[in-house]
Ligand binder design. Structure first.
Ligand SMILES: [Zn+2]
Length: 268
């Protein structure tokens, strides 16, 4: 069992792997970089979502290459982290959220592995997009460390890289959003298409536009992440240990679809 971690802003550097080595995986969508190593004996693949040195903005992240690479390398269960703005007055900067739903407001991202032709037309169920077992591992691990974690939350995804307008945040709030961010879609969608368990730990870095009393800045996000990244890394390490047990969820039923699509055997 290999566990994938897709680290958002500020998290990858805080996760320390033993026996770590850099791996470049060639995918049909381009190369994906990751570190392969171990956490307390558990095999882990760590993908820096924004590239080495945080140089790739959210709308340019190669989501398909990242997820394909994790699938190819045999990551059956994946945890992502996402620095997020809060629309919910109960979700405070520094809080963690085990996200259970999303609303997609992205407009310009390739969002599927299934582009028709030989692969046929595939419509993937997305009623509950996040794996219940990965979410439970994230919640239990956060609580065991005494951290404030919300057991559910709806993540609204925008393209960015700009922040949202006051009216957009008001609209997202009416629609039931709790968090807003720029990276979780299509990442979670592609993981489900590939038959991998996927859970997201939202990290509240600020209140969103119009809820915050001052202008938003990326520096504010970076500062909160600097304060919380060590704790988040500890949550991920503990959760990885909880996830090596056999899965009892149904996420894996799509696992072989990518192999059929590309006429290849599933990874190592
Ligand atoms: Zn699952």
């Amino acid at each position: 069992m290999r566990i994938g971690i897709i680290g958002g802003t500020g998290v990858c550097d805080a996760v320390s792997l033993t026996d770590a080595r850099d791996v470049t995986v060639k995918t049909p969508y381009g190369d994906a970089l990751m570190k392969q190593g171990k956490i307390a004996g558990v095999e882990v693949l760590l993908v820096p979502r924004h590239g080495e040195g945080h140089t790739i903005p959210p709308h340019r992240v190669n989501y398909r290459a990242n997820i394909w690479a994790l699938w190819w390398m045999g990551a059956e269960r994946v945890m992502g982290t996402a620095a997020s703005g809060s629309l919910n007055s109960a979700m405070l900067p520094g809080d963690l959220v085990a996200v259970d739903q999303f609303i997609d407001f992205t407009k310009c991202r390739p969002a599927t592995f299934f582009e028709g032709s030989k692969a046929g037309v595939v419509h993937t169920d997305m009623t509950d997009p996040y794996c219940a077992e990965v979410r439970k591992a994230l919640i239990d691990s956060s609580e065991s460390l005494g951290l404030r974690v919300h057991r559910s939350g709806c993540y609204v995804c925008t393209d960015g890289p700009r922040f949202e307008t006051r009216a957009e945040i008001r609209a997202f709030s009416v629609l039931g959003g709790d968090l807003v961010g720029m990276t979780n879609v299509p990442e979670v969608v592609l993981a489900r298409e590939a038959g991998m368990c996927y859970g997201l730990l939202g990290i509240v870095t600020n209140f969103a536009a119009g809820i915050a009393r001052r202008e938003l800045s990326h520096e504010e996000v970076v500062q909160v992440m600097a304060e919380t990244s060590g704790r988040v890394a500890e949550v991920l390490c503990r959760a990885a240990g909880r996830l090596v047990a056999a899965a009892g969820c149904g996420c894996r039923r799509n696992w072989s679809r990518l192999a059929e699509l590309r006429g290849v055997g599933a990874g190592k």
